[in-house]
Design a protein around this ligand. Structure first.
Ligand code: ADP
Ligand code: MG
Ligand code: ZN
Length: 613
């Protein structure tokens, strides 16, 4: 049986709070059920499928938030089959579209697609068929730029519409509309034109990932009217989450993990760069795994070949960039491993969501090191530069600054997630989607809930101030690890070379364990008291970073208006400054109202703590 997510609030927007959508008395109910069995081979409906179908077939605009693998496609394919006319589907990637069309044709449902890189004659033939008297197609898929740029398509849609044959407009992966999302695509912003031109045609927007602000954006940009929102819990009870400190032995650790827990089973390893994909795949092959790499630098045929081999279990492990995944339907993916830091919690949740679609227990491991944050941050700033030229190239709007800010913000939240070694992973992820979660329901299926221990909120304001002062004192030109060395009293050559051993704050933090001190400094970065100023440091592309002080934020710290409280596992003592106050470990927030961040990048740090109390 597939997993049954708990439905938290079915009809989200006021006025739609209504049980009528799961009624079996709609005029189309019998036809619906018969075709679900006969054509799609399904024995029943998954959560919310019937409700969504009934609402969209009743003519409403509908917004669907359903986890990856939840079965969103059926909610428009089944109506498309039983309604007269044609359903227009906008989907971001040609590869996704081809996959869908293949499945539809297998089920004998006539469907076609249009994309910019098709032969013009081929496109014309499809368009001609579209407006012929007995059009055979039930579904027409297009990429968003087709809508934005092709007047021909709009003209044909107009004709269909005037004959009452434009049955429905579907926006798949609707989060791509929003700049707040993790996968913004400028062409999606132009889709509002569809509602303007065809106000009576119901729109169905589908996504597996949307925070509250993304949802607002989508509804606005698409111009949805009185839209009914169906949304269900994003919790995936069969996925086990952990964050693991990343060391130089990372790939060995991965090898060991797979051999011990998922030997010969199928999984995805997400890597940051193309080179990483190739290196990790090669190493795993050496260790005896059937592994291959997959990234955007390979030609499409090669990629399709790898994906096929993986689907047929001829390869177990794919080492891939995030290019791999959208539309992947393999039910028995037993693990998703992040070899480096994901770019956002949304992206992370979605990538993990590719595991365990069959409802069986699956593992989600994230190898985290703070230095990966620097790498990803650099990539993001470069990506934004590229994207901005792309967008201004379109001549529609120039908001590269906005995009960069959003991406940087998303990345920092991800760092906060990794640094957090106290709160339930599910709780933190779901909170990000605006969903409340009682962490006792985690049932120890995440690393933090497994560490059965209490935690302590500690006031580290003074340590924070000292660290900020030290960054200033050294001229805002050193890395966080150097600042930590000086703070903890290192007498390394580098420290001496810069005469930092003579500074008044040298060694002031020597009572702190390395892990603790780094937790605090990373917290200051996550909360933007300190900023990492990332630069490419040599022609080989390695990246370095120096800490800067965010003056506007730090003001409050020194004026005494802002205290910094971090939740530590209660075995950790924070020097003399701590005011221990034991609180239950799980599920609650720190007194500052923020989720407590930091985790430690030295394993077993609690044993190395010196208690000066
Ligand atoms: P999503 O788009 O939400 O990620 P899909 O529509 O691709 O999910 O569906 C994921 C898988 O679930 C597909 O293999 C599909 O055939 C299957 N599926 C969808 N609905 C049902 C159902 N009611 N019963 C059984 N399997 C289903
Ligand atoms: Mg889908
Ligand atoms: Zn948990």
């Amino acid at each position: 049986e597939p997993y049954i997510p708990q439905i938290i609030d079915v009809n989200y927007i006021e006025g739609s709070n209504d049980q009528k959508w799961n009624s079996r008395d709609f005029p189309w109910t019998r036809k619906l059920e018969a075709n679900n069995k006969k054509v799609f081979g399904n024995h029943s409906f998954r959560p919310n499928q019937r409700e969504v179908i009934n609402a969209t077939m009743s003519g409403y605009d509908v917004f669907v938030l359903m986890p990856t693998g939840g079965g969103k496609s059926l909610t428009y394919q089944l109506p498309a089959l039983i309604c007269p006319g044609i359903t227009l589907v906008i989907s971001p990637l040609v590869s996704l579209i081809q996959d869908q069309i293949m499945h539809l044709l297998q089920a004998n449902i006539p469907a076609a697609y249009l994309s910019a890189n098709m032969d013009w004659s081929e496109q014309q033939e499809i368009l001609r068929e579209l407006t012929s008297d007995y059009c055979k197609y039930k579904l027409l898929y297009v990429t968003p730029e087709k809508v934005a740029k092709s007047d021909v398509l709009l003209r044909h849609l107009n004709i269909l519409n005037s004959r009452d044959l434009l049955a429905r407009i579907v926006i798949d992966e609707a989060h791509c509309v929003s700049q707040w999302g993790h996968d913004f695509r400028p062409d999606y912003q132009g889709l509002g034109i569809l509602k303007q031109k065809f106000p009576k045609t119901p729109v169905l927007a589908l996504t597996a990932t949307a925070t509250a602000s993304v949802k607002e954006d989508v509804v606005q940009a698409l111009g949805l009217i009185n839209c009914i929102i169906f949304r269900q819990s994003f919790n995936r009870p069969n996925l086990w989450y952990s964050v693991i400190p990343k060391t130089k032995k990372c790939v060995e650790d991965i090898d060991k993990f797979i051999k011990e827990n998922h030997f010969d089973e199928c999984g995805i390893i997400y890597c940051l760069s193309r080179m990483d994909c190739e290196k990790v795949a090669e190493k795993l092959q050496e260790y005896g795994h059937k592994a291959a790499f997959y990234h955007g630098n390979m030609d499409p045929a090669q990629r399709a070949f790898i994906q096929k081999q993986w689907s047929k279990d001829e390869i177990n492990i794919i080492c891939a960039t995030v290019a791999f995944g959208m539309g992947i339907n393999k039910p028995d993916v037993r693990f998703v491993i992040h070899h480096s830091l994901p770019k956002s919690i949304e992206g992370y949740h979605q990538e993990c969501g590719r595991a365990g679609r069959d409802g069986q227990r699956s593992s989600c491991l994230l190898y985290y090191s703070y230095s990966d944050y620097i790498r990803v941050k650099h990539m993001i700033s470069q990506g934004a530069a590229e994207q901005s030229s792309l967008i201004t190239g379109h001549g529609r709007f120039n908001n590269s600054g906005r995009i960069l800010e959003t991406n940087t913000e998303n990345l920092l939240r991800m760092v906060g997630y990794c640094e957090n070694d106290v709160d339930c992973r599910r709780l933190v992820q779901l909170l990000h989607f605006g969903e409340k979660f009682d962490s006792t329901h985690c049932q120890k299926t995440c690393d933090n809930c497994c560490k059965t221990r209490s935690s302590v909120d500690k006031d580290v304001t003074n340590i924070a101030k000292q660290l900020v002062e030290l960054v200033k004192l050294t001229g805002q030109q050193f890395s966080s690890s150097h600042i930590l060395e000086v703070y903890r009293g290192s007498l390394s050559q580098f420290v001496k070379k810069h005469r930092h051993e003579t500074l008044s704050l040298h060694g002031v933090g020597k009572h702190l364990a390395k892990g603790e001190a780094s937790r605090i400094i990373h917290h200051l970065v996550v909360e933007e008291y300190l900023l990492e100023d990332v630069k490419k440091s040599d022609i080989y592309g390695s990246v370095s970073s120096v800490l800067k002080v965010n003056e506007s934020k730090v003001k409050n710290l020194f004026s005494g208006r802002q205290a910094i409280i971090i939740r530590f596992p209660s075995t950790v003592k924070v020097g003399k400054l701590s005011k221990p106050e034991v609180t239950p470990a799980k599920g609650s927030l720190t007194t500052s109202g923020k989720l407590s961040p930091p985790r430690v990048d030295t394993p077993a740090q609690s044993q190395s703590i010196v208690d000066l109390n």
